[in-house]
Write a new protein. Sequence first.
Length: 151
Amino acid sequence: MALIEPFDDEYFMKKALLEAETAFDLGEIPVGAVITVNNTIIARAHNLTERLNDVTAHAEMQAITAAANYLGGKYLTDCTLYVTLEPCQMCGGALYWSQLSRLVYAAADPNRGYKNLGTHLHPKTQVTSGILKTDASALLKRFFIQRRNLN
């Protein structure tokens, strides 16, 4: 009998998707994030750019700040960020400086994602992509279809 790991990448990405749903309900672009250390969520966040009138209020930035406050320091070594969309260039830079150990994202962002724009993460940051990408992509598509229909 195979042992089922309850706290795997899919489990934590589902938590990030819940944050993205909250952003959707608030009229924000539905991106959600959670940061974990030792299989414990230490930060939850979603986009707040509209609500805060702040272009830097991306889910990742909010999560980095919350995790750093929780840990009492600016480095996120031994932490994993789960985010529903590939981080942008700004967030990738912040992740570099935070020395994040691991990044897991759902949907790729070929237009604005950090990889396509040439941003590099910290050399020790491990990256996993595509976890629940269909769910994350569907939520983003639903948001933009709804937004187009309102305009």
